[in-house]
Design a protein around this ligand. Structure first.
Ligand code: 4AD
Ligand code: MG
Length: 474
């Protein structure tokens, strides 16, 4: 359907052609001598209106009422100019085959259903307009991400999902356990071998990996090893955090994009983050017009203008110290008091991005070292590190990054201060022993980017199968 209707003539150039459409029924409207069936194939938001009259081959299936919302169809017909005003062309059906009928309990009917309800139907929600559009824009953002980095000479590196390190040092990791049926009770039948109760299991993960292993919270440390060999690299893969936060911007499993730049400082890092964000935003504005119009109308009014600004205007930059001063002078009662050294709370981030600099991404740099991770490069003042966060309206932190501590002595001292075991970072320290270079990188939460680009309010609605506390179905 996208191929047919996506051109500048919206399909008029194909009038008279015979085409086949394969898709799922959105609605059926029966009139005395003709039936209108709206079919969607997921290639775009638009449906194909299929006009079936009494002499179409397969009309009996339509007449029997089996062609209902949710059913799958194979339809062959001639493209004709539409009488209606909703579309330029429609299909005059020659032959119609009901591929799979749909039970009347199909939950995604024409009437609007809530997104909370659709979360309980994650297996069917991609058949709705909103989730179809989100999936296509998410795909475009992933494609644009690879395109941006590839065009700029970065090498994509696959960082591991199972790891023994805790990059962020926040202890929010999922532990990997290797459960085996207790050997004495293993039965020959594969079905019986599936463990049913915990006391039949033994955890042998420590034996398997030789030490406790976790799902990665970030691929950064691994990316650094490749950046200090191949220069500029990036990762793009799933990461995991056992944060017990039930918010509209946290997931237990999310995708992260983590570029790492060699021979680079914090300024280069911020420039890369800005260029990247502007590139992918421009990409979806140019390549996902129909879906973006949909979001602009139904999800966030004005999002197209807002994103167009982001793609063109300079971002605001300030130091953490300046941000604290700004918040102190804000003449506003915050729930969390503002003082130098505190972590910025979402109310603070909202004030900065929504009130102080309405609508514009803001990059805050040089945070106190005590609220940031061990690997960040210490600034000359001894109190701050070369960190940067990019904040955007509604979402808050979209990007977190830093210049890395490339000086061996500083890094060792920092590990000691934080009571982190030097031995477990031996390979990371080696990078500082053998040809250390200034380097910097950042991590961008891909789902937060999808939220930013679509206006979707809840992060659970921009990933196909959200993993959050209490929810891992589907
Ligand atoms: O700020 P974070 O924790 O930074 C890192 O992990 C660094 N190692 C990245 C790097 O420098 N290579 O996370 C980076 C980004 C955040 O800015 C946010 O967008 C996203 O990851 N993020 C989450 N997204 C969804 N759900 C969560 N629970 C998230 N936690 C972080
Ligand atoms: Mg962060």
């Amino acid at each position: 359907i996208a191929d047919l209707k996506g051109g500048p003539d919206e399909g008029l150039d194909r009038v008279g052609h015979t085409v086949v459409v394969e898709g799922w029924v959105r609605t059926v409207r029966v009139q005395s001598s003709v039936t209108f069936i709206e079919v969607n194939d997921g290639s775009c938001l638009s449906n194909m209106q299929c006009v079936v009259d009494l002499d179409a081959d397969g009309y009996n299936q339509v007449e029997s009422g089996l062609v209902s919302t949710g059913a799958s169809l194979w339809v062959q017909g001639i493209v004709v100019k539409s009488q209606g005003s909703k579309q330029k062309v429609e299909l005059k059906v020659k032959k119609i085959i009901l591929v799979g009928k749909s039970d009347s309990s199909f939950p995604i009917q024409k009437k609007r259903v809530s997104r909370e309800f659709l979360r309980t139907k994650a297996h069917l929600r991609p058949r709705s307009n909103t989730f179809g559009a989100v999936a296509r824009v998410r795909n475009a953002l992933a494609y644009a991400t690879h395109k941006f980095f590839q065009e700029n000479g970065f090498v994509w590196v696959s960082s591991p999902i199972i790891t023994a390190s805790d990059c962020e040092g926040a202890g929010e990791q999922f532990c990997v356990t290797t459960l085996m049926p207790n050997s004495q009770e293993v039965s020959d039948s594969p079905v019986d071998a599936i463990p049913k109760t915990d006391d039949r299991l033994i955890d042998w993960s420590q034996d398997f990996f030789g030490k406790p292993a976790f799902l990665t919270v970030s691929g950064q440390l691994n990316a650094e090893t490749y950046a200090t060999a191949l220069s500029d690299v990036y990762t793009f893969g799933p990461t995991f955090r056992a944060e017990n936060s039930n918010t509209s911007r946290h997931l237990a499993e999310f995708w992260m994009i983590e570029p790492e730049l060699a021979f680079a400082d914090l300024g280069d890092d911020m420039a890369c983050a800005t260029a990247y964000l502007q590139y992918v935003v421009r990409y979806v504005l140019e390549n996902c017009k129909e879906d973006m119009d949909f979001f602009n109308t139904w999800i966030e009014k004005g999002i197209i203008d807002r994103l167009s600004d982001v793609a063109e205007k300079d971002f605001v930059q300030m130091t953490y110290t300046e941000a604290i001063d700004l918040l102190k002078q804000a003449n506003k009662k915050f729930e969390f008091p503002v003082k130098w050294g505190c972590d910025l709370q979402s109310e603070h981030e909202r004030f900065i991005t929504e009130e102080a600099f309405a609508g514009c991404p803001v990059i805050i740099r040089d945070y106190p070292k005590d609220i940031k991770a061990f690997y960040m490069r210490q600034n000359d003042d001894g109190k701050t590190v070369a960190a940067m966060d990019m904040l955007v309206p509604r979402i808050g932190e979209l990007i977190g990054g830093s210049q890395r501590e490339e000086r061996l002595e500083y890094l060792e001292t920092r590990l000691d201060e934080l009571k982190l075991n030097r031995d477990s970072f031996w390979w990371y320290l080696d990078l500082r022993r053998y040809g250390s270079v200034p380097h910097a990188g950042f991590g961008l939460g891909f789902e937060r980017l999808v939220q930013f680009a679509t206006g979707m309010e809840n992060i659970r609605d921009v990933i196909p199968f959200p993993r959050t506390p209490g929810s891992a179905e589907f």
